[in-house]
Design a protein. Structure first.
Length: 225
């Protein structure tokens, strides 16, 4: 099916019509063909239902929202200034670095929310208070016999679960060590990011605005370089 799709326009048109009927999207980017679920249109499930089915042990919406923040932080590293992007592609991010970034983003967002009397949450449709409270009660790293344990009720455990979802789609490679795992991007990562946010105008605008929020955190000096 792959070769006919690449070589014949009629096949591509047929696949496109069928996928659109199911609220899906098939697109070629780089060396890969991607199958994407169209937000709010798929007859298969909603994004939240899909996450609950895929992610075992994390059932609350707040947990899933926090995973969304983790993914956003990772995506932002790939779509940042050139020096940061090169570092991300060559060295990746350790779970500890991701934890630090997410923590400082949550602290900054909570500060903005408190100063605006919760207007920040309303304007951005973000459950800031719920996410902040849950993030604060999650444990820090736990070690057993010198090895980091990715416990469910820990920040690192939540980050590991979020990273594994990206790994399932071959978007990242997780280098697992006794002390701290590291996430590095695979070629599919940038392709998927471009397809997902580059061709959905509504969500592209939202993504760009969230990027501004992340940059606001960095410019405030609350995120270490």
């Amino acid at each position: 099916m792959v070769h006919p799709y690449i070589e014949e326009q009629e096949v591509r048109n047929c696949v496109r019509r069928l996928s659109e009927n199911w609220g899906l999207k098939v697109a070629r980017e780089g060396k890969h063909i991607h199958l994407l679920v169209q937000p709010g249109r798929s007859v298969l499930n909603t994004p939240m239902e899909e996450l609950r089915r895929s992610i075992k042990g994390y059932d609350s919406e707040t947990d899933l929202y926090l995973m969304g923040v983790i993914w956003l932080v990772i995506y932002n590293e790939a779509d940042n200034e050139l020096s940061t992007t090169i570092k991300w592609e060559n060295e990746g991010l350790t779970y500890g670095e991701i934890e630090d970034l997410v923590n400082q983003v949550m602290e900054h967002w909570n500060k903005l929310n408190e100063e605006s009397d919760n207007q920040f949450s309303k304007d951005w449709s973000l459950a800031v208070t719920r996410m902040y409270k849950k993030w604060k009660v999650l444990r820090y790293n736990k070690t057993t016999k010198g090895r980091v344990v990715y416990a469910k009720d820990s920040r690192i455990g939540l980050i590991d679960t979020a990273a594994r979802e990206l790994e399932k789609d071959k978007m990242v490679f997780i280098e697992r060590t006794a002390q701290m795992s590291r996430v590095t991007p695979m070629p599919v990562f940038r392709e998927r990011l471009k397809l997902r946010f580059g061709n959905l105008d509504k969500y592209q605008d939202r993504y760009e605005l969230l990027k501004v929020l992340l940059e606001d955190v960095k410019e405030s000096g609350e995120v270490s370089a």
